[in-house]
Design a protein around this ligand. Structure first.
Ligand code: UDP
Ligand code: MG
Length: 445
């Protein structure tokens, strides 16, 4: 990459050495009203006080902003709101974008990062500065972290210590976002070489810190401070937890929910909000709802809601449902706006359909949908596979539009597909159908 940035390393070094305050903290925030106050307080409570704090809020809800506002008139605290639109949220790794916006505003000789679900111990700055100031050749320090996992009721379920492992040339996977401090000089060198500080490509949502660590270690290793200096809280809304094993593209027919209480169905790659009363009428099961992070929910445009209208206009009825008319035993499976007759009881059990999921409705409503090919017993001559069914032949596959898409077991589990009870198929059936794009979970690094 060409170095088009104008200041040379010597000039940057001189600027950096003359800087006050000494430590700039970049706190990224998004909708964590229960912990953001503690994060801010943990900076105020430091035994070393020559710092400045940049609160970079990513357009949080009112509850969160209200808490932040209690602190923004204090000296050395600066507050910025990104005003990001939800529909734009998934496009970059947001915390990396916020950090990149913050760094040019900061003045500290050292930079350190805090997230809204973490808090520093009071001695953190003092301990880190001691090592950095006494050893000019050390430009990055990292410390131990206490990780508290809490359940949905706020009770601590597990406590673990992320240890230090000596001097690290490859800290990826070992060191958290909130456990390091480094010189501004290194950040500026990175900017000179890469044209940005943190890599905010959306591919790094899961581990943007690791992407930055690999830039940092091109210049200097990470030096350990074997003391716990920060506490991380992982709850059921934690991005890491919600994102783990989520494929890039969510299969049609999946029920999803962001951290708010609304439930959606993904259909034709748009999200349709399902009203509470219709959720029950459509025989959806709350245990089938996949919790996903906000930025990933908003990636899907909002489509026509699934509300009481679907019982008036059947063309709005969601796919992948079993329906029958009152007083008529014929059962249909809906897919792609067609109704497919399920041939017989054997077919029904071959595909693991369940009787208690059949929705009974008026004959005239059902008549609004055209007939598709019937779904027949599972054999080599089966003309059509029901969408959203989990199959297994050595590996797992999910059927969509008569294609079998390979799906990793953990991805299938994440999507609440019945991995312990898939439809078993043999090689000849597998080879009869086209194989589609796989559903995979991919992390870089
Ligand atoms: N974040 C953000 N915008 C978003 C989602 C998250 O700025 O749309 C920030 C969040 O405030 C936090 C960081 O990204 O500072 C990491 O998110 P989180 O703590 O949920 O993830 P985890 O702890 O699981 O890595
Ligand atoms: Mg976090």
């Amino acid at each position: 990459m060409s170095k088009i940035w104008t200041r040379n390393n010597q000039q940057i070094k001189e600027e950096c050495l003359s800087m006050t305050p000494i430590i700039s903290i970049i706190l990224t925030s998004y909708n964590k009203p229960n912990t953001i106050g503690k994060a801010i307080e943990s900076v105020l409570d430091q035994t070393y006080q020559n710092w400045e704090l940049f609160i970079m809020d990513d357009n949080s809800n009112e509850e969160t902003v209200k808490i932040i506002k209690q602190y923004i008139n204090k000296p050395r605290i600066y507050y910025f709101n990104s005003n990001i639109q939800d529909s734009e949220r998934y496009k970059t790794t947001r915390y990396a974008t916020l950090i990149n916006e913050a760094i040019p505003k900061t003045r500290g000789k050292y930079l350190t990062y805090l997230t809204d679900d973490n808090s520093f111990l009071p001695s953190r700055f003092k301990s880190m500065l001691k090592v950095l100031n006494q050893n000019p050749s050390i430009e990055i320090v990292y410390s131990q972290q206490l990780v508290k996992t809490i359940n949905e009721y706020g009770i601590v379920e597990q406590e673990k210590v992320r240890k230090t492992y000596g001097v690290l040339k490859n800290p990826v996977g070992w060191v958290d976002h909130c456990s390091i401090m480094h010189t501004r000089y290194l950040a500026e060198r990175i900017f000179n070489e890469f044209g940005s500080y943190w890599n905010d490509d959306q591919a790094y949502w899961y581990n943007g810190d690791a992407a930055f660590w690999s830039r940092l270690t091109k210049y200097k290793p990470f030096h350990p401070i074997p003391e716990i200096l920060d506490i991380a809280i992982k709850d059921d809304k934690s991005f890491q937890r919600l994102y783990t094993h989520l494929p890039k593209c969510i299969p049609n027919g999946t029920l999803v929910r962001g951290p708010s209480s609304e439930t959606y169905i993904i259909e034709n790659q748009v999200r349709r909000k399902i009203s509470k009363e219709v959720f029950t009428k459509l025989k959806y099961d709350p245990s089938m709802v996949v919790k996903i992070p906000d930025p990933f929910l908003y990636k899907y445009k909002e489509g026509t809601p699934v509300d009481s209208q679907v019982f008036i206009n059947f063309l709005l009825f969601p796919n992948q449902r079993l329906v029958k008319a009152h007083n008529n035993p014929a059962v249909y499976y809906l897919q792609n706006k067609y109704k497919h007759l399920i041939k017989n009881e054997k077919t029904f059990s071959d595909f693991n359909f369940s009787w208690d999921k059949i929705i009974s409705t008026h004959e005239h409503l059902l008549a609004q949908l055209p007939d598709g090919l019937p779904i027949e017993e599972l054999s080599e001559s089966t003309p059509i596979l029901p969408d959203g069914t989990l199959f297994k032949h050595e590996n797992y596959y999910i059927s969509l539009k008569n294609c079998l898409h390979p799906i990793e077991k953990q991805v299938a589990m994440k999507l609440k597909l019945p991995v312990t009870n898939p439809v078993k198929m043999d090689h000849s059936l597998l080879s009869k159908f086209k194989t589609g794009e796989p559903f995979e979970w991919e992390i870089l690094f």
